[in-house]
Design a protein around this ligand. Structure first.
Ligand SMILES: [Mg+2]
Length: 290
């Protein structure tokens, strides 16, 4: 990556066609609210036209792959539901495969969060109950926190805080600052977790299963196995571009959502492999070798 005089260079140019699998973030990358970002549809179509697999990966905690697939198609972006992975579904799979119960404990898994997230989880894993419905005689030792913070009232957070065991395993679909839409950032499960932490003396052992964790990358490998090169495309330097770097995936950062160009100047840690103002620019600069 080079940034000089405010101009961003996609490096190396003209090599996007070498990727067999492309994993694209949704909010702030493909969509802003209900509208496609500049070049989003063309970007996806270009990869589909050369036979690449395009999957969509979102840290959303209140939507299924079908919900997100519908939003993408409504904005003109060709998306197949089985190639859309949401963090709440990854979390459901994580519970289903018994990670929480592998410790030998048999108590219920309690849930704190918003209704849509609970509905998705409960359909996938009926053993999940609302924290407010937990047996008062049995302190909560396993807790899932998911959904938008604004949908969770203080009374519910307070009652969950008082029902916790001294040590609690907490699983969350993401630790993002929030969800990016056309109006800005809407606080999510990390904010609910922060509210709970303030109210409870319990020791919380938190597991995040969203991007960029290995749990999420493993789930992607299951829905869209790939032997070739993988490109991850996103607007976040914390949840998108680090995904899969430990397995050789390359990253493209777009500046249409959570990251602005000015923020790149003070970048610490691993930089993305490529940066583009938007997907149209990425396509123009990265499609030269077709
Ligand atoms: Mg995003």
């Amino acid at each position: 990556m080079r940034i000089r005089g405010g101009e961003i260079h996609l490096e190396p140019p003209g090599n996007l066609t070498t990727f067999e699998r492309v994993v694209v973030d949704v909010d702030g990358t493909m969509l802003l609210g209900d509208r496609a970002t500049l070049g989003a549809r063309e970007f996806v179509e270009a990869f589909l036209s050369i036979g690449s697999t395009v999957c969509f990966a979102t840290n959303a905690s209140f939507a299924t792959g079908e919900d997100v697939g519908r939003r993408l198609r409504a904005a003109g972006i060709p998306a197949e539901d089985h190639l859309v992975l949401t963090a709440i579904e990854v979390l459901a799979g994580y519970l289903r495969t018994g990670h929480l119960r592998s410790t030998g404990e048999t108590g219920p898994i309690a849930f704190l969060g918003s209704d849509p997230a609970f509905g998705i989880l409960n359909r996938a894993e009926p053993g999940v109950i609302r924290a407010r419905d937990a047996d008062p005689a049995e302190p909560i030792g396993d807790l899932v926190i998911a959904g938008l913070s604004r949908d969770v009232d203080d009374v519910e957070v307070e009652s969950a805080a008082t029902a916790l065991a001294p040590e609690v395993r907490v699983t969350v679909p993401n630790l993002d600052v929030g969800m990016v839409d056309s109006t800005g950032v809407i606080p999510g499960s990390a904010t609910v977790l922060a509210r709970l932490t303030r109210l409870s003396p319990a020791l919380l052992d938190v597991t995040d299963v969203g991007k960029p964790t290995t749990v999420f990358a493993d789930a992607l490998d299951r829905v869209a196995p790939c032997r070739g090169r993988t490109l991850i495309v996103g607007d976040s330097l914390t949840s998108d571009t680090p995904l899969g770097t430990d397995r050789g995936w390359k990253s493209l950062l777009v500046l249409t959502g959570a990251t602005v160009q000015a923020g790149l100047a003070g970048l610490e840690g691993e930089p993305p492999d490529m940066v583009a103002a938007n997907l149209q620019v990425a396509l123009e600069r990265g499609w030269g070798s077709r």
